[in-house]
Each structure stands twice: as structure tokens, then as C-alpha cells.
Design a protein. Structure first.
Length: 132
């Protein structure tokens, strides 16, 4: 059987779709508290994005614990439970190879807060008013 060839555009769309699918699977596992870890179960964890490598063998999941839980503790707990999560993702995803999961804190919210603070600065507000 000949191997199916994908164009660059089809490959990138496939990578995005698989990443989104992995994000949904991880979110579902965490929401249903299927991970048997006190730290993970106690925290409401949002999986904000999953970035896949082009060969679909590596996945980086960006997570944000809600309600003031410590990011470092949650990331460490998720890393300790990576084997279970990889197994569940592989089972539900149905790909030839299971992606290797890595967890990173999502810093986009912090960056958004920083930009918002810059925009509220009186000097910046004055410059923005001059344009109108």
C-alpha cells in the first residue's frame, strides 16, 4: 500500500487538527478527574493550547491552573502523570504513534495583563488621545 502524501498546507492543517483533538482529550480527562493525583484533582486546570510537532510525535500542552493554584505544583503533578495521560490520549486519538506529552505553563494571560497595564499608562493614553 502506497503511503499517502500530503501537501504542506494539508500537513499543517492536519497538525492543527490533531493538536486541537489532543487538547480536547486532555481537557476531558482533567475535567472528569480521571487522573488519580491529589494536586491535579484539586485544581481546575485549563488546557489552553496544544502545539504538535510536524511529525505528530511530540505535543506541548500549555496549561493554566484556575482559582489561584500554584502553577509549579500543577505542572510537576502533570509531569509525574504523563505516562497515564499519554496512554489515554493514544487510546482515544487512534494514531499510529502516540505523541509524547510535555506540559508548560501558559504565560499568554500574564502577557495580556502586561499589555493591558501598558495601555492604561497615562503617557500611552495621552498619545492615543492625540491620534483621535
Amino acid at each position: 500500500m502506497a503511503r499517502q502524501q500530503f501537501t504542506t498546507e494539508q500537513q499543517s492543517v492536519r497538525v492543527l487538527k490533531v493538536g486541537e483533538r489532543v487538547r480536547h482529550i486532555l481537557s476531558e480527562l482533567l475535567a472528569r478527574q480521571e487522573v488519580h493525583d491529589e494536586t491535579v484533582s484539586a485544581a481546575n486546570i485549563s488546557v489552553t493550547e496544544v502545539r504538535m510537532s510536524p511529525d505528530l510525535r511530540n505535543a506541548t500542552a500549555y496549561v493554566k491552573p484556575l482559582l489561584g493554584k500554584s502553577e509549579d505544583e500543577v505542572i510537576k503533578a502533570l509531569q509525574q502523570n504523563t505516562a497515564f495521560l499519554q496512554k489515554e490520549v493514544a487510546k482515544r486519538l487512534g494514531l499510529k504513534f502516540a505523541p509524547k506529552l510535555r506540559f508548560r505553563p501558559d504565560e499568554s494571560f500574564d502577557e495580556a495583563d502586561r499589555i493591558e497595564a501598558l495601555l492604561r499608562d497615562p503617557k500611552v493614553a495621552r498619545d492615543l488621545e492625540d491620534e483621535d
